[in-house]
Design a protein around this ligand. Structure first.
Ligand code: NAP
Length: 230
């Protein structure tokens, strides 16, 4: 049984990751920014026999992340998944940018994952082979062949670089660090016409996490296990 912490757990890929890890018998710390409104997640927790607990965490707030870490305490975490993310608003093209939304995208997509890593470092270190996976996007790769979506793509590209650095920071701590593009997924963010289901995406991400080790720390994967170009 693994202890797994997941951010952005109330819907989409995060909620499906919670469902799959708990179905596997793992203990899941499901974090979301509005636990009172997370009806499906709360229902899953109530029926989980204690495998799922729901915790308040807004990854856009350092205070909220640290309060969640205090609540969870010293438990060893085998896996932390930085899943929470935002698109960054609908106005992010040249000539149409809303700068505050861009800053919010960086707060949630880039700085939040760093602060989560920092807050749960000791929990990951306490595990035998701690792993931290950050759900990024193919739009954050320099090889992405399209313009536009500047807020989202730059915030995901930045988190890619942050996590390469965290992998180096933690090279002697026995904690492996990786990034994954989850696919184009049928969630509120991806929309119904996206290519794969949350079930397929979460299942693929879990397999990628299974394969994480200190030998491949700092890698960028696709949900299907292939290496993603930076
Ligand atoms: N779907 C795709 O095709 C796709 C493609 C590439 C990458 N991704 C990435 O995959 C991850 C999951 O996306 P998804 O498709 O599942 O999107 P989603 O259905 O829109 O869900 C996003 C989740 O992030 C949470 N979140 C947003 N801001 C937060 C904050 N400040 N603090 C805590 N939680 C916050 C949301 O919580 P609330 O319910 O409270 O809003 C929600 O649970 C994201 O990082 C996204 O960028 C998705």
């Amino acid at each position: 049984m693994a202890n797994v912490l997941i951010t952005g757990a109330a819907r989409g890929i995060g909620q499906e990751l919670v469902r799959q890890y708990a179905a596997n018998g793992d203990r899941v710390y499901a974090c979301c920014r509005n636990p009172g409104g997370a009806d499906v997640l709360n229902g899953m927790a109530a029926e989980s026999g204690g495998l799922i607990s729901v915790h308040d965490m807004d990854v856009g707030s350092e205070d909220s992340i640290n309060a969640c870490a205090s609540e969870i305490g010293g438990v060893a975490l085998d896996i932390v998944i930085n899943n929470a993310g935002v698109v960054g608003g609908m106005h992010q093209a040249m000539g149409d940018m809303i700068v505050d939304d861009w800053i919010d995208a960086f707060r949630v997509n880039t700085i939040g994952p760093f602060l989560v890593a920092q807050a749960f470092h000791s929990n990951l270190k306490a595990a035998d082979n701690g792993k931290i996976m950050t759900v990024t996007s193919q739009l954050g790769a320099t090889t992405w062949p399209m313009g536009g979506m500047h807020s989202y793509s730059s915030s995901k590209g930045a988190v890619n670089r942050v996590m390469i650095g965290v992998a180096m920071d933690w090279a002697d701590d026995g904690i492996s660090v990786a990034l994954v593009h989850p696919g184009y997924v049928q969630t509120d963010m991806g929309g119904p016409a996206a290519e794969i289901t949350p079930e397929e995406s979460a299942s693929g991400i879990r397999s990628v996490i299974d394969g994480m080790s200190m030998d491949n720390s700092g890698s960028f994967y696709k949900w299907n296990g292939e290496i993603h170009a930076w």
